[in-house]
Design a protein around this ligand. Structure first.
Ligand code: PGA
Length: 252
């Protein structure tokens, strides 16, 4: 059985004080049967790490450079994320790909670097609206998954997280239907089974992201190949995020 993961991507929101308050509230309300992860902005990682100390809640960076250190103004390294207490790192988010020119090759380099530093990558993939309407969803997602995981061992793939986030569903209030999400999740798992073997595919946790809210999480999590969610907007308040964390137990 794959243990569910609910991760909150705070994007470019929250001052340090706001981040501490949110982390504290989430930490107090998080339950034991779901892995909970929070991804504050870099400036709040250290403070949130203090809040999460002794809890089982994971801490994620929202991005990183693939090198350990160097003359890369404005960048943060995997070693720095680890040093500050991160357990996870979001890689290849569609906002990074679309607004900051991240490529499949760059995401692959970062994925390898994260694993080498003991960070669990949350590798984001997903098609744009034009790609979906052009019936290219599977082709795009397959390419993104293939390039990100190429060169990794079966054990490494089994340990990481993939987040399927259709770009048209992010921040739009337009969630993929449970069937649409399941179709792509099953496709990703089948692809990984071919590339890294059935046991790695069976262990791989695939999260859905894109306008996940308290009222749609239950139907999404009822799908066989959905193992969790990457939540943006609804993770910015403890009340809505915890409602997602505590999604109806009958679909677990
Ligand atoms: P959203 O963002 O939940 O606000 O759509 C999801 C994400 O970007 O990870």
């Amino acid at each position: 059985m794959r243990r569910p993961v609910i991760a909150g991507n705070w994007k470019m929101f929250k001052t340090v004080a706001q981040a501490e308050a949110l982390a504290e509230a989430v930490c107090q309300g998080a339950s034991g049967d779901v892995d909970v992860v929070m991804a504050p902005p870099f400036t709040a990682l250290s403070a949130v790490a203090q809040v999460l100390k002794g809890s089982r809640v994971g801490l994620a960076g929202q991005n990183m450079h693939h090198e350990t250190e160097g003359a890369f103004t404005g960048e943060v390294s995997p070693a720095m994320l680890k040093d500050v207490g991160c357990s996870h790192v979001i890689l290849g988010h569609s906002e990074r790909r679309q607004l900051f020119g991240e490529t499949d090759e760059g995401v692959a380099r970062k994925t390898g670097a994260a694993l080498a530093h003991g960070l669990t990558p949350i590798v984001c993939v997903g098609e744009t609206l034009a790609e979906r309407e052009g019936a290219r969803t599977m082709e795009v997602v397959e390419r993104q998954v293939e390039r990100a995981l190429r060169g990794l061992s079966a054990d490494q793939v089994a340990a990481l997280l993939v987040a399927y986030e259709p770009v048209w569903a992010i921040g739009t209030g337009r969630t993929a239907t449970p069937d649409q999400a399941q179709e792509v999740h099953a496709f990703i798992r089948k692809h990984v089974s071919g590339s890294h073997g059935a046991p790695a595919a069976a262990a791989l946790r695939i999260l859905y992201g894109g306008s996940v809210k308290p009222d749609n999480i239950g139907a999404l999590m009822a799908q066989a190949d959905l193992d969790g969610a990457l939540v943006g907007g609804a993770s910015l308040e403890a009340f809505s995020f915890l409602k997602i964390v505590h999604y109806p137990p009958d679909v677990r």
